[in-house]
Design a protein around this ligand. Structure first.
Ligand code: SF4
Ligand code: SF4
Length: 112
C-alpha cells in the first residue's frame, strides 16, 4: 500500500506534508504535489498534516485515478523536501470541487 495525494491539493499546495516525510517521497508539479508509491513507506505521518485533507491511504476505495496520477507524475516531477510556504490564494481553493478538471497541470514544479 501507499498514501496518495488527491486533487484536494491542487492550488492549495500548503507543503506541510513535505516537512514530515521521513523518506522524502513527495514530488512537485506546477500546482500540486504527488507521492511516489514505490518510495512511500506507509508511515502515515503526512496524512494529518495536510490542511486540505488531500492525502489518503490507498486502502480507501475509489482512489485508483489518483494512485495512477501519483505514480505517473512522481516519475516526471522534481523531488521536494522543504516547504516554500503555500500560494497566496491557497485558502480560496481549499475544499473546492472539481479542481482536477479546472486546474490540473502536467507541468513540473520548481522542486528543492
Ligand atoms: S499538505 Fe496537502 S495540500 Fe499541502 S502540498 Fe501537501 S498534500 Fe498538498
Ligand atoms: S505516508 Fe509516510 S512515507 Fe508515505 S508520503 Fe506520507 S510521510 Fe512519506
Amino acid at each position: 500500500m501507499t498514501y496518495v495525494v488527491t486533487d484536494a491539493c491542487i492550488r492549495c499546495k500548503y507543503m506541510d506534508c513535505v516537512e514530515v516525510c521521513p523518506v522524502d517521497c513527495f514530488y512537485e508539479g506546477d500546482n500540486m504535489l504527488v507521492i511516489n508509491p514505490s518510495e512511500c513507506i506507509d508511515c502515515g505521518v503526512c496524512e494529518p498534516e495536510c490542511p486540505a485533507e488531500a492525502i489518503l491511504p490507498d486502502t480507501e476505495s475509489g482512489l485508483e485515478k489518483w494512485l495512477e496520477l501519483n505514480a505517473t507524475f512522481s516519475a516526471q516531477w522534481p523531488n521536494i523536501t522543504r516547504s516554500r510556504g503555500a500560494p497566496a490564494d491557497a485558502d480560496e481553493h481549499k475544499g473546492e470541487e472539481g479542481k482536477y478538471d479546472k486546474y490540473f497541470s502536467p507541468e513540473p514544479g520548481q522542486g528543492d
